[in-house]
Write a protein that binds this ligand. Structure first.
Ligand SMILES: Nc1ncnc2c1ncn2[C@@H]1O[C@H](COP(=O)(O)OP(=O)(O)O)[C@@H](O)[C@H]1O
Ligand SMILES: [Mg+2]
Length: 236
């Protein structure tokens, strides 16, 4: 097990955005977190990556209590993420964007730039401004920046939001490839159920800050409570 939350909660005033969530993620696994808008998925990621401090509970990474560590320390330990809304430097080129996280690991890491360009299929756009590449490439660029920090666990918050179907397919192919080549643990929030049920080994369903169900795609597909709150009318 690489990361574990124990009775994790985050309250905003009276709202329980994340409510007593205990989850653990196995090494080199891929888990999808699904659930309606406002279920607490992004808040959960924000807690795991250190953007928010929990009201209750603990986060254990690799056997170590990281509950009170700031985000940059967690990144150095191997916890990385992408955001629901892309978080790149629009005025810099694709290559310059990726150099930033590489340099944070020291000059030597710069030798990985070429390989990253290949994995993300950026060779033809490496000198283009980040503001001028397609939306799908912007999402991939953010992912490349997260990978450049050499994470052991990567949280992807809706990596295909607002992306056209062809680009969506490409993004998800790259995610699956990265899982193998980087020996990554991936936790992905994604709304496209076709994608979720194809990609994930495990699906966690959140609703109102709580875990409604947790199981294999087969188990989740047939779960009554899940169908009731989330998969109503969805063909899988
Ligand atoms: N910074 C915040 N301040 C107040 N309420 C918040 C904040 N962030 C999220 N919330 C609320 O917490 C709940 C969970 O939000 P979120 O984690 O973004 O859900 P999801 O990602 O599943 O759509 C929502 O009701 C949202 O409005
Ligand atoms: Mg969200």
């Amino acid at each position: 097990m690489i990361l574990e939350t124990q009775n994790l909660s985050k309250f905003f005033g009276g709202l329980r955005a994340v409510d007593d969530v205990s989850l653990s993620f196995e090494e080199e696994s891929i888990t999808a977190i699904i659930g309606p808008n406002g279920a607490g998925k992004t808040t959960f990621i924000n807690l795991c990556t250190g953007l928010l401090k929990p009201n209750t509970g603990k986060i254990i990474f690799n056997g170590e209590d990281i509950t009170h560590l700031p985000p940059h320390k967690r990144v150095l330990m191997g916890i990385s993420r992408t955001f629901q809304i892309s978080n790149i430097f629009p005025g810099l080129t694709v290559a310059q964007n990726i150099r930033i996280p590489l340099l944070s690991r020291g000059d030597k890491a710069l030798s990985e730039l070429e390989e990253l360009m290949k994995v993300f299929e950026f060779e033809d756009i490496k000198d283009a401004l980040a503001s001028e590449i397609s939306h799908g490439d912007q999402r991939l660029l953010e992912m490349a920046m997260a990978i450049a920090t050499k994470p052991r666990i990567l949280f992807l918050d809706e990596p295909t939001a607002g992306v056209n179907p062809a680009e969506k397919h490409r993004i998800l192919e790259i995610v699956m490839r990265l899982k193998e080549t980087e020996k990554l643990t991936i936790v992905i929030v994604e709304h496209d159920m076709d994608v979720v049920f194809k990609m994930a080994e495990r699906i966690v369903v959140m609703n109102r800050g709580r875990i409604l169900a947790d199981g294999t795609p087969e188990e989740i597909k047939d779960d009554k409570a899940v169908r009731e709150v989330y998969l109503k009318g969805v063909e899988i």
